[in-house]
Design a protein around this ligand. Structure first.
Ligand code: MRU
Length: 346
C-alpha cells in the first residue's frame, strides 16, 4: 500500500509524484522553501496530502528556531504558515492544516518554545493519522453505494498518493478489490498534467484492479455504451452549498453523468469542506503556466509559440450534479446546505 509522505528519523520524505509512474524517487524536505516548492510543483499533490505535508512542513520549518520566548517563536510560526499557505490556492486542506498548526501553537503560548515544538510535532503526526483513518472510513461508506461488477469512472487522482493512505474516491475501489467486487474502472487521463494516466492508472493497475485508461474526451462514449454505473471523484474544496471544486474537467464529467442518468459521487473528507466559503463562485481557482498545455509532454511545441492559453487547474461542479457527498462521518444528500453542517457536527 502506497504511503506518499513519511516522517522517519525526524526527516520529512515525500514521493516525487512528478516522476511517476516510471520512477519512484523519494525527496527529503528540510526547509520551508523546499516544502513550498514541492507543493507548488505538484511533487506532493492532492488536497489531503497537501494538508499532511503542510502540517509536517510547518513543524520542520520552526523546529530549529533559536527563539527564546514563546511570543517570538509563535510569530515565526505564523510567518511560516502564511508563507506555506501561498503555495497553492484551491485545496482548502492547505490552509486548514496550517490554521490548525498555528492554533495549537497559540493555545500553548504559556509553554516554552521547546515544549511548543514537541506539541507541533505531535499535531502534524495527528493530522496524518486522522487522514488515514478518514480515508479508510470513506472506503467503507463508498463501497456501501456500490455493487459487485459495476463499471466506475474517475477523474484525476484521488488515490493513496493524494492522501496519507488509501485515498478518497479510490479507497472503495481498492477495498472492493480486496473483497472480490471486480469493478471495471475507467480512468480519465486528466489533461493537462495527466494525474489520471500517470497516478490513478498506476495505483489501480498495481492493486490488481481492472482499470482502463481513456482520454478525457472519451468519457461520453463509455457512458453511452453503458459501461459506467457510477462516477467517483475527489474534491479540493467543497463550499457550504455543496458546490465542489476538483481537478479541471470534473464538472464536465458530472454534467455528462446527469445526462446519462449515472450517479455522481464526490468523496470529501471533512477537512475539505469549507463552510466559510458560501458557494463555488467564492472558491479561488488556481491558474497555471501555459507551458503545461503547449509543450510539457511533447518533444516539440504543439501550439503556435506565443499563443494565448487559459489553464485553470480546477473547476467547480455545481451541487445540483452531485448525487451524494461521501465523508468519513457518513453520506450527505441534497440539500447540502442542511446535510453538510449536520454531518460535520457529528
Ligand atoms: O492539482 P492536483 O493534482 O493537486 O489536483 C488534485 C485533485 O483535483 C484531486 O482530485 C483532489 O485533490 C482530491 S484528492 C483526494
Amino acid at each position: 500500500m502506497i504511503v506518499p509522505i513519511k516522517y522517519e528519523n525526524e526527516q520529512l520524505l515525500i514521493i516525487d509524484q512528478t516522476r511517476l509512474p516510471l520512477e519512484t524517487v523519494w525527496l527529503t524536505l528540510e526547509t520551508k522553501e523546499s516544502v513550498w516548492e514541492a507543493i507548488r510543483l505538484l511533487q506532493v499533490r492532492g488536497a489531503p496530502a497537501i494538508g499532511v505535508a503542510a502540517g509536517f512542513g510547518a513543524y520542520i520549518s520552526v523546529r530549529d528556531s533559536k527563539a527564546e520566548d514563546s511570543a517570538t517563536f509563535l510569530s515565526e510560526l505564523k510567518d511560516v504558515c502564511e508563507y506555506l499557505n501561498s503555495s497553492r490556492p484551491t485545496a482548502v486542506n492547505l490552509s486548514w492544516a496550517l490554521k490548525r498548526m498555528l492554533a495549537v501553537g497559540e493555545a500553548n503560548k504559556d509553554k516554552s518554545p521547546a515544549e511548543i515544538k514537541a506539541i507541533l510535532r505531535e499535531e502534524a503526526i495527528a493530522i496524518r493519522a486522522e487522514d488515514e483513518a478518514s480515508c479508510k472510513s470513506l472506503g467503507e461508506y463508498g463501497l456501501s453505494l456500490l455493487k459487485p461488477g459495476m463499471g466506475l469512472l474517475t477523474h484525476c487522482n484521488a488515490g493513496a498518493l493524494a492522501t496519507a493512505r488509501y485515498g478518497t474516491a479510490l479507497s472503495p475501489m481498492i477495498l472492493g478489490q480486496e473483497r472480490g467486487y471486480n469493478f471495471k474502472v475507467f480512468a480519465d487521463e486528466t489533461r493537462p498534467l495527466l494525474q489520471g494516466a500517470r497516478l490513478t492508472a498506476w495505483e489501480l493497475f498495481h492493486a490488481g484492479v481492472d482499470v482502463t485508461l481513456i482520454c478525457d474526451n472519451m468519457a461520453s462514449i463509455v457512458m453511452k455504451n453503458g459501461w459506467v454505473d457510477a462516477v467517483l471523484v475527489g474534491c479540493d474544496r467543497m463550499a457550504a452549498n455543496g458546490d465542489g471544486a476538483n481537478k479541471i474537467g470534473t464538472s464536465g464529467v458530472a454534467i455528462l453523468a446527469k445526462e446519462y442518468g449515472i450517479p455522481f459521487y464526490m468523496f470529501v473528507p471533512s477537512s475539505t469542506i469549507d463552510l466559510n466559503t458560501p458557494t463555488g463562485k467564492d472558491i479561488p481557482i488556481e491558474q497555471r503556466d501555459s507551458s503545461e498545455i503547449t509543450s510539457l509532454w511533447y518533444k516539440k511545441d504543439m501550439a503556435p509559440i506565443g499563443v494565448k492559453t487559459y489553464n485553470p487547474a480546477f473547476d467547480v461542479t455545481d451541487a445540483k450534479y452531485i448525487t451524494a457527498v461521501v465523508t468519513e462521518k457518513g453520506i450527505a444528500y441534497p440539500p447540502y446546505t442542511e446535510s453538510l453542517p449536520a454531518l460535520l457536527a457529528k
